[in-house]
Every structure is written in structure tokens, then in C-alpha cells.
Design a protein around this ligand. Structure first.
Ligand code: COA
Ligand code: AMP
Length: 646
């Protein structure tokens, strides 16, 4: 156990002198050219360690080998879908990464080039990401649950030179072949789409050899063959401020936002977070039960554990049904997991299947020291179940809610176990993490009193590790995040501080929907729904849901001449959303309404619609164009029966 520092003075120091604080933290990273300056103050955005140089992959792998830990486990792969298990030592992982980096180099990938990675949860996903970092290429990982049009949108924006994919992904009820999805996306994308696709043929994937078409315009290459012919690549030195990756996330409009992460600030912040927040060090096993396609997967499956010399676990499977609600506890017991990180929705799924946590009792969970949750608010009922029922027999194993987002890349608020374990307040993500100057402001930009809800903002500069911009769209970055409250970054979440300085994050203040820990844009679902021939206009909102937190529901106004059967319309709209966004964006319902409530300037009153749909009280806005529309809606909208879970 490390010598603990009290939280409060560390937090204060990080705000009073961020440059000094993060320069000290930077000494935990190996640099090719150490930082002489902490923060580039010439710019309004935060650029950390200008002038310094390093390689993130070297820091994640080679440096631990140089320190004599080549034999230590770096990556444990466990597939509940196939039963496959494999442990990669640091030495083995480095060798595989270096070879794949060499293979990409042979395909013409160089520093600064983008590589889209569309892979299921197999070790090659980690290998491909680290291999990009090794040669300075910028990866953009796309979650396997996204459909071809979403993939195409990412091709168009990131303009990759290479796509890396596999035969397919395994879901409990089906096998999903990826190459046909990639092929369709290539057809949908503009002329800048890459023409080389590298396919990892999974021996355990049923009935697909990887090459979907004989289309001569696309070069389909085999991963194994490419690696067989390759020489290992050495790490390339890059600027700390160079991009490590672009990760697309949902905004309020249909166009995803390409969050850009740098190399230097990211390595420093993530290394610091492992010890000080998660209290995980070299040799300890951390398992983030997420997907590499999400930011949690980027940061706490791949980069942070390896930067810190810990052992990371890559799990292909679900919390329930693969084969049962004991799936997580089998993995914890078998691999002696020290820290587990999951989404509240996963705990709710387990609780629903196994309310008394009988499965958990069948396994030895004595290795577990903490259970971290993020992706959505850990509602008090789920917290209590996890703490009092699930982990009842685990001594000294706190259940920690912590709040963060793709943009920040690491926690904004947490109970910093490595610094000091603070008392837990159910429903709160605890206190601001060092580096984050948080405020809760009203719509005029004034701080609100403790207990009062407002917009949560972060005072600039953002700490290292947070986004440096949006991919090739600095203007949108400023407009989306920096313009609402000058000097502050807008998180898009609303909430309040209590008297003790604990933050309660209550939800998004914009049109982002959070379903099962997956972030979805109401705007893109609306675009899919509005494309139906019978639909004149629509509004999509997130409806509270007991299991998944929220589910999208569409209110639809039909064209005057449309004749449709409501049942078939619902199915057709649902299918459209699955086809255009992906299965993860399952539409819960589509309700035909005579009109949508709007302001006199034509804006749909989404907040009112949200409150009404959730069965909460709402006021009729003074700007409403036609108040009778709300009366009509109130007769049609039936709030869900299960919305009292939080
Ligand atoms: N590739 C293809 N399809 C996928 C997919 C992937 N990687 N991931 C999910 N899907 C599909 C599912 O098969 C499902 O399809 P179906 O409607 O045909 O059954 C659909 O997308 C909806 O998936 P999901 O919302 O995840 O529901 P689920 O019933 O499969 O699982 C949970 C429910 C709670 C178990 C699951 O959502 C979960 O584990 N969530 C945690 C998410 C998480 O870790 N988020 C990161 C933040 S930490
Ligand atoms: P993503 O960018 O996909 O990680 O989603 C980020 C969003 O998820 C945040 O803006 C929040 O709305 C929500 N979120 C994540 N973690 C939490 C948490 N611990 N408490 C409340 N909301 C959360």
C-alpha cells in the first residue's frame, strides 16, 4: 500500500499551481525529451508539455520490460463467448505489438496517419491500438455495435489510410460478420475512404473467411499473413502534443464529435490516476468490463493499466447470460481481480437475474479491493444492493461511483481511494479529482448555492489527459464546449454540490441519451426516424428505464396523406434505427402524435416532452406557440411504470 496523501491538500495544490503539480506527475513517465514547460499558455485550449517528446507504446510496454518485468502478465484475455483464455506477458505483448506495427508500416502507414479499428473484444484490438501508438499513427476505434452508416461517417471525418477489422463479433444470440459492414460503409463513404482493409480471421468465428466481396477497388489483406512477413517496428518519438487517438462520441446533432487525445498529457494523467484514484499498482489486476470502442475501454482496458505496469483484463461476454449472472464473479475469482470497473446497468442486469447475489457467493471474491462504476449515475438503490448484498462478504471493498466522459478521458469526480478513502454518499460521484476546477452555474453564468441544480462546468485549463480539440474542427470545439461560459468547459451535465462539496450528477442538460452506458445522440436517431416515408417530423427523447437508465422513444407526426398501421410503423422505425445507427440504439417505442410542442420560433420543446414522458411535473413555457398541443399530448403520453429506480 502506498503512503497516502490527504485528498484536500492535494486537490488544492493541483489548482493553485497546476504546472508544478503536473510537472511532478510527469516524472512517472519516460520521455525522449522531458518537458521544460508544463502548459502552453499562448492558446485558449490546454496543450500540456509543449516541446516534450515520448512514445506512449514504449511507456505502456517496453519500459516495464527494461525494468525487468518482461515475464509479468500484461493482458489477460477471457472470452465467455468461446471459452478462450490467454495471458500475454509484457514481453509477449510487446513482441506482438511491434510485429503488427511493422506490418502496418509495410502497408504504408506512417506517423500522423489515421487507422480505423473496428474490432470485437479480442486481443488484436489492444494490439492494434498500441501498434498505432508505437509508430505514431492515430487510431480511431469504432464500437462493434455501430452499423455501416456510423462507420462511414467516421471514415469521412477521420480520413483513415487503413481499416483494421476481424471476421466478426459474437453476441449471445448471433454472430455478426464485420467485413460486410465495412464493405457497406466503404460504399457509403466519400472518395477519401481507404482502400486497404486488414482482416483478423478468427478461428473461433463461425462460417466466415473474412473477404466479403471480390470488389477490386478494396484491398482485403489478412492480418496473420501481414504479420508473418513483417519486421518488428521500434517506437517512434512523437511530440507530447501530437494526437494519440480520435474517438468519436455522440453530440446533440447527428454528426459525431471526434474527440482528440494527445500523447503526453494523456500518459501523465492516466498514470497518475491509477495510483491515486484507483489505487492500483504494478502487478495488480484491473478489469474494466467495458468495450474498447468506448472511452472507458481506451483508458482503463488499454492505456492506464499498462502505463502503470498493472495487469489488464479483456473480457468478451456480458454480465448475464454468458452463461449466467455469475459470469463477472467467475472472472474475478479466476484471475484474482483487484479492481473491477463496470457500468451500473450491468449491476442492475445482474441484480435482476440474481437478486440475492447467490452466484457471487459461489466464487472466491477475496482479491477484490474496489468496485468502480461509471457510464451513468450509480443510482442509490443499485449502490445499496452492490454494497450490502453483492459485496456483503467482501471486507474493505468500497463501491465507488465516479463521473467522467469521453471528452475528459479520465474521472472528473471520484472517491480517490489512493489518496484517501472518503465517506461514500449514495447517489453522488463524490468530490472533484485533482486538476478539475468544478463549478455549478445558472443559465446566466452565476454560481448556484449548495443544493441548487445547475450546469456543471470545468474551469480552464483542463487538466492533462482531457481532449485537446475536435478532429479538424477547432471551431466546433470552441462552439460546443467553450462558448457558453467564457473561461469554462461545458460538460453538458447538470447537477449540484452538497454542503460537503460532494457532486451529484443528475443527467444531461442536452439531447444526449444514455442507454445501458452507451451514449447516443437524439439527433441521429431522429434523422433515422425522419427518413421514413410516412414521417413528417419527429422528436426523440430518453425515457427513464429501470434496467438501461434510459431508452429512446420517438414522437412522430405523420404526413397528411400517410396511411400506416401503428404496429408496423413501430417495427419499421425500429429497424431503420438499427440499420442506420446500430443495434445498441434500439428504439423503445414510436408514438404517433398529432403535433409536437414548439416555441414560437419553431424549436421543439424537448425538455417539456421529456418531463411529461417521465411523468414528472412541468410548466407550460411562456414561449409556446400553441398550448393546446400539450393538452393533446398529455392524453396520449403514458409515462413508464418503472421510472422510480433512482
Ligand atoms: N456488437 C454488435 N451488437 C452489439 C454489441 C456489439 N459490440 N453490443 C451490443 N450489441 C447489441 C446487442 O446484441 C443487442 O442486440 P439485440 O437488440 O438484437 O438483442 C443490442 O445491441 C442492445 O445491446 P445492449 O443495450 O447492450 O443490451 P443487452 O441486452 O445486450 O445487454 C447489458 C444489457 C446491461 C448487459 C449491457 O448493456 C451492458 O453490459 N452494458 C454495459 C455497457 C458498458 O460497459 N458501457 C461502458 C461504460 S463503462
Ligand atoms: P461517455 O462520453 O460515453 O463516457 O458518456 C458520458 C456521459 O455519461 C456523461 O456526460 C454523463 O451524462 C454520463 N455519466 C458517466 N458517468 C457518470 C456518473 N458516474 N454519474 C452520472 N453520469 C455519468
Amino acid at each position: 500500500m502506498n503512503a497516502r496523501n490527504e485528498y484536500r491538500p492535494v486537490y488544492q495544490t493541483s489548482l493553485v499551481d497546476p504546472a508544478e503539480f503536473w510537472t511532478r506527475a510527469a516524472s512517472a513517465v519516460d520521455w525522449d525529451l522531458p518537458p521544460e514547460q508544463a502548459l502552453d499558455t499562448d492558446r485558449r485550449t490546454s496543450r500540456w508539455f509543449p516541446g516534450a517528446r515520448l512514445n506512449t507504446c514504449y511507456n505502456a510496454l517496453d519500459r516495464h520490460i527494461a525494468a525487468g518485468r518482461a515475464e509479468q502478465a500484461a493482458l489477460i484475455y477471457d472470452s465467455a463467448m468461446t471459452g478462450a483464455k490467454r495471458v500475454f506477458s509484457y514481453g509477449e505483448l510487446r513482441d506482438e505489438v511491434a510485429l503488427f506495427a511493422g506490418a502496418m508500416r509495410d502497408l504504408g502507414v506512417t506517423a500522423g496517419d489515421r487507422v480505423v479499428i473496428y474490432l470485437p473484444m479480442i486481443p488484436e484490438a489492444v494490439i492494434a491500438m498500441l501498434a498505432c501508438a508505437r509508430i505514431g499513427a492515430v487510431h480511431s476505434v469504432v464500437f462493434g455495435g455501430f452499423a455501416a452508416p456510423e462507420l462511414a461517417a467516421r471514415f469521412d471525418d477521420a480520413e483513415p489510410v487503413l481499416i483494421v477489422t476481424a471476421s466478426g463479433g459474437l453476441e449471445p444470440n448471433r454472430a455478426i460478420a464485420y467485413p460486410p459492414i465495412v464493405a457497406e460503409a466503404l460504399e457509403l463513404a466519400g472518395t477519401t475512404a481507404p482502400r486497404t482493409v486488414l482482416v483478423k480471421r478468427r478461428a473461433d468465428f463461425p462460417g466466415h473467411d473474412g473477404n466479403p466481396t471480390a470488389d477490386g477497388a478494396v484491398r482485403w489483406r489478412d492480418w496473420d499473413a501481414a504479420v508473418r512477413d513483417a519486421e518488428p517496428a521500434e517506437p517512434v518519438s512523437v511530440a507530447a502534443t501530437d494526437p494519440l487517438y480520435v474517438l468519436y462520441t455522440s453530440g446533440t446533432t447527428g454528426k459525431p464529435k471526434g474527440v482528440v487525445r494527445d500523447n503526453g498529457g494523456h500518459a501523465v494523467a492516466l498514470t497518475w490516476s491509477m495510483r491515486n484514484i484507483y489505487d492500483v499498482g504494478p502487478g495488480q489486476v484491473i478489469w474494466a468490463a467495458s468495450d474498447v470502442g468506448w472511452v472507458v475501454g481506451h483508458s482503463y482496458i488499454v492505456y492506464a493499466p499498462l502505463l502503470a505496469g498493472a495487469t489488464t483484463l479483456l473480457y468478451e461476454g456480458k454480465p448475464v447470460g454468458t452463461p449466467d449472472a455469475g459470469a463477472f464473479w467467475r472472472v474475478v475469482a479466476e484471475h484474482r481481480v483487484h479492481t473491477l470497473f463496470t457500468a451500473p446497468t450491468a449491476l442492475r442486469a445482474i441484480r435482476r437475474a440474481d437478486p440475492a447475489a447467490a452466484f457471487a457467493r459461489e466464487y472466491d471474491l477475496s482479491s477484490l479491493r474496489s468496485l468502480f462504476c461509471a457510464g451513468e449515475r450509480l443510482d442509490p438503490a443499485t449502490y445499496r444492493w452492490a454494497a450490502d448484498t453483492l459485496l456483503k462478504d467482501c471486507e474493505d471493498c468500497p463501491v465507488v461511483d465516479h463521473w467522467w466522459q469521453t471528452e475528459t478521458g479520465w474521472p472528473i469526480c471520484a472517491n480517490p481511494l489512493g489518496l484517501q478513502q472518503l465517506p461514500i454518499k449514495p447517489g453522488s460521484a463524490s468530490v472533484p479529482v485533482p486538476g478539475y476546477r468544478l463549478r455549478v452555474l445558472d443559465s446566466s453564468g452565476n454560481p448556484v448555492a449548495a443544493g441548487a441544480e445547475g450546469n456543471i462546468v470545468i474551469g480552464l485549463p483542463l487538466p492533462p489527459g482531457a481532449l485537446i480539440s475536435l478532429w479538424r474542427d477547432e471551431e466546433r470545439y470552441r462552439r460546443s464546449y467553450l462558448s457558453a461560459y467564457p473561461g469554462h468547459f461545458l460538460t453538458g451535465d447538470s447537477g449540484y454540490f452538497d454542503e460537503d462539496g460532494y457532486l451529484f450528477v443528475l443527467g444531461r442538460s442536452d439531447d444526449v441519451i444514455n442507454m445501458a452506458g452507451h451514449r447516443l445522440s437524439a439527433g441521429s436517431i431522429e434523422a433515422a426516424v425522419a427518413g421514413h416515408e410516412a414521417v413528417a417530423e419527429c422528436a426523440v427523447i430518453g425515457l427513464p428505464d429501470e434496467l438501461k437508465g434510459q431508452r429512446p422513444i420517438a414522437y412522430v407526426v405523420l404526413k397528411a396523406d400517410a396511411v400506416v398501421d401503428p404496429e408496423s410503423l413501430r417495427d419499421e422505425l425500429s429497424e431503420r434505427v438499427r440499420k442506420q445507427i446500430g443495434p445498441v440504439a434500439g428504439l423503445y417505442d414510436a408514438v404517433v402524435v398529432p403535433a409536437l410542442p414548439k416555441t414560437r420560433s419553431g424549436k421543439i420543446l424537448r425538455k417539456t416532452l421529456r418531463l411529461m414522458s417521465a411523468g414528472e411535473s412541468y410548466e407550460i413555457p411562456s414561449t409556446i406557440e400553441d398550448p393546446t398541443v400539450l393538452d393533446e399530448l398529455a392524453r396520449i403520453v403514458r409515462p413508464p411504470q418503472n421510472s422510480n429506480f433512482s
